[in-house]
Design a protein. Sequence first.
Length: 314
Amino acid sequence: MEISALPILEQHLINELTTPPNEVRRLFHGRGRCWSDLEQITVDWLQGQVLVSLFKEPTEAFLQELNVLLIRLVESDVWKNSEATSLLLQHRSRQGSPTEVLWGESSDHQNVIESGLTFKLDLGRNQNNGLFLDMRYGRRWVQEHAQGKRVLNLFAYTCGFSIAAIEGGAEHVVNLDMAKSALTRGRENHHLNNHDLKKVSFLGHELFKSWGKVRKSGPYDLIIIDPPSFQKGSFALTKDYQKILRRLPELLTEEGSVLACVNDPSISSQFLIDGMAEEAPSLVFEQRLDNPPEFKEIETEGGLKALVFKRKQS
């Protein structure tokens, strides 16, 4: 991160806030490496709260200049007209990913709207706030393809895919995640959207010890796999993804589909395509979903990879 690049960030934020989004959105995606020397910065619009995240510890001089920039921003007419309520700075490289309030009043919880659906975020307490914004098109795809289907949502986190599926008319969704607190938030998210919870199941289990429970609720018309790259003691993407893929044929209906995702910049779409061909050859690659335009990447394979596979028809 270089001080000389900060005017680019400032102008970008001014441009974005001149007409602020009416839903939750990424405003600046330095992680896509399209802006030299700003690769470790992102800025999100969280329904009025503006969250600046630093993914690497900057020099003291850079941090001082960044703070000067941000204070100048909140004193501008553009900021005042945006109706922003707070400005937050999160240090993701520090222990506990602490968040400081630079301006305004922050709330630990923030309800946001995406595609007309409501999600409750946690701010200032966890590294991730509860909704991965780059998966917006993935959730939209699920909503558009969920009508009348039984859905399995693996690594469900706060159940964003489940919200989209039920909104899209899914018959039933099974959410599995070992973090029960995340599933509790997922249940709250369903309540916020006035969903019938009789159509939703929450399994707070470690996946590789729970195949029996997962199979019992199947077969499924749609399976979603959106794992972390690494989860200590439970999941390593390059080692464990194949274990999931080989189970898919026994879990899917004859016309079932899979949305398989990976968000590690070092791992390409081909990892999933080759893995599926080897472990579940009855499933064929159909398409890769686009990523939202605000998540611009210098390399196509550097960002989120969300791939759709469908069962071969005999």
